[in-house]
Design a protein around this ligand. Structure first.
Ligand SMILES: Nc1ncnc2c1ncn2[C@@H]1O[C@H](COP(=O)(O)OP(=O)(O)OP(=O)(O)O)[C@@H](O)[C@H]1O
Length: 545
């Protein structure tokens, strides 16, 4: 075999028919310059395109994730840690990175592998075979570690989820931490999590180091064998020195795509783990089928609860609500009272379709709420829950939360009914004042009044208040209760409350005790009866106030 001209000792006077002189050197220089410029320009454009593609992929992946999350039932959120969900969102980056940078890099690697592989094959079949066999052994070595990598990746994910959760709690629970003086203990808890994370990281590092040590050994053996075989061939006169150098260069060029192709196996594994985790969420059962029809409610739409039994999923197996039979009349106010933990909030949640019943049924009119399109049903209901949430937004946007255009008249009316208009209008920016993250910057009573204003603005047919006025002072509560009497007109209202002033004007009062209904009647009837209600009133509802 003849060595290529650039490797032979003589300097050619002509190269590809071009006279080699100073002009040629200039030509090379300009060509080199053009090459650098065009490479920079291509890199410039490539990165912008990559950013576009990766952002689109990322947004659509995470957006799909949120769409799915919003379709999941409340029981899913009862069991999932916030940190776990945040970590899953972060996990999407791996998929995005894989789809953009990795696949593109992989294509280039496969291309250079094929080109240089063919050149090597042409130079020497033996060396080509040694290289291929060496690379296959290298590949096997990498595959050996896949199972352990997967286990460690799951552990790392779990620890990262816990870590995020602890950080989230440290920040959100700062007030309580200071009050209880548990700064050190909480910091130690965080440090414990860091120690666990370190453990997992150390195991990952050891695994990677073992794998890399093996890889280097295999690669070096392969390269040394190739050098020995090539050198022997030169001594035997089967190869020229130039060819040997050319082979060394080609091997160098082949090694990096091989590394990349084999590294791709790990990236593939990482992304498949992330896809599995994504699937865990995407295969969760939705709260309801996508195409449940919107039911036309009959004119007379009392709520009927029949033989309702309910327990939460989880370790505790006892029923939270047991054999509940109740009619909540349309256009009337029903108050639910009972000791803490008697199941009042749970009953409201069931009325909103948050959970499926274990036994019995809830009907509105004569339609079982199982058949409702729940998103629609919740638009029919105005609810203030105990842990009602204020978003970091303007007061107006917090009250008119689900509408694109805020109706100022309705907004002012809602604020008036909730007895908060004076406060809002005295703010420098009025309804456009931003209320801080998590509604900080407003008092508990103001928060509750904004939540009530939200319901009034919505003007729904059904109203559910779960201790919606318990943080208010007596004057404010009295004013709101009076204002609400008007607002309640024609609406079906269920109010959970501890205060006599909120309860006593209700059309019917339901007393819950240990998850069962023990009394139903008006304030007068139940007071005369001197039963559970009377006791509650005496002890909790400030009788005589
Ligand atoms: N998500 C949940 N998972 C498991 N058990 C729960 C859950 N929510 C509430 N419980 C349990 O159900 C029971 C009833 O709780 P519920 O919140 O309905 O009571 P409540 O009458 O509204 O109490 P309070 O007046 O203190 O608000 C309690 O024993 C509580 O521990």
């Amino acid at each position: 075999m003849k060595s290529p001209p650039f490797l032979s000792k003589k300097t050619p006077k002509k190269l590809f028919g071009v006279e080699v002189g100073i002009g040629f050197i200039w030509l090379i220089l300009i060509a080199q310059l053009m090459l650098i410029l065009s490479r920079t320009a291509i890199d410039f454009i490539r990165r912008k395109i990559l950013l576009h593609i990766s952002t689109r992929i990322n947004v659509s992946l995470i957006s799909d994730f949120f769409i799915k999350l919003m379709k999941l039932p409340m029981k899913f959120f009862d069991t999932k840690l916030t940190g776990d969900l945040l970590q899953r969102i972060e996990d999407h980056r791996r998929i995005e990175n894989f789809l953009t940078a990795q696949t593109l890099g992989m294509l280039f690697s496969v291309f250079s592998f094929i080109v240089f592989g063919i050149v090597l094959y042409i130079y020497s079949l033996t060396i080509f075979l040694i290289f291929i066999i060496g690379s296959i052994i290298y590949g096997f070595w990498i595959v050996v570690f896949l199972k352990k990598r997967r286990i460690l990746d799951y552990k790392f994910f779990e620890q990262q989820g816990i870590n995020r959760n602890v950080v989230y709690q440290l920040i959100n629970g700062m007030q309580e931490i200071k009050l209880q003086g548990c700064e050190q203990r909480k910091r130690w808890e965080w440090e414990d999590v860091q120690a666990n994370l370190f453990d997992v990281n150390l195991k990952s590092l050891t695994l990677r180091q073992n794998q890399e040590a093996g890889s280097i050994l295999i690669n070096e053996l392969k390269n040394t064998l190739i050098t020995v075989v090539a050198a022997a061939a030169v001594i035997n006169g089967n190869l020229t020195l130039g060819m040997m150098l050319a082979i060394q260069y080609i091997i160098g060029q082949l090694n990096s795509p091989v590394e990349q192709i084999l590294g791709f196996i790990y990236q593939w594994q990482d992304v498949s783990i992330s896809l599995d985790r994504m699937n865990e969420i995407h295969t969760e059962q939705n709260e309801e089928d996508d195409n449940r029809e919107i039911v036309q409610l009959p004119h007379k739409s009392d709520i009927h609860i029949e033989n309702l039994c309910f327990k939460y999923d989880g370790a505790r197996a006892d029923y939270v609500l047991n054999n509940i039979n109740l009619r909540i009349p349309q256009g009337k106010v029903t108050a639910i009272v009972g000791a803490s933990g008697s199941g009042k909030t749970t009953l409201i949640k069931l009325l909103l379709g948050y959970y499926s019943l274990n036994e019995g049924k809830i009907e509105v009119g004569n339609v079982n709420i199982d058949q409702f399109n729940l998103a629609w049903w919740r638009t029919m209901c105005g609810t203030v829950m105990q842990e009602g949430y204020l978003f970091s937004d303007t007061v107006a946007r917090n009250i008119a939360i689900s509408e694109d255009e805020v109706d100022l008249e309705r907004l002012r009316y809602a604020a008036r009914v909730a007895n908060i208009s004076d406060y809002i209008e005295a703010l420098p920016l009025g309804y456009n004042t931003l209320i801080g993250q998590d509604g900080q910057g407003v008092s508990q009573g103001q928060r509750q009044r904004i939540l009530i204003a939200r319901v009034v603005y919505k003007n729904p047919q059904f109203v559910f208040f779960d201790e919606a006025t318990n943080a208010l002072d007596a004057n404010n509560e009295k004013a709101i209760v009076e204002n609400l009497q008007d607002f309640y007109r024609g609406k079906t209202v269920v109010v959970v409350a501890h205060r006599l002033s909120t309860v006593k004007n209700a059309d019917q009062i339901v007393v819950l005790d240990g998850g069962t209904i023990v009394e139903i009647g008006s304030h007068e009837e139940l007071t005369i009866k001197r039963g559970k209600y009377y006791e509650l009133v005496k002890n909790q509802l400030e009788l005589g106030s």
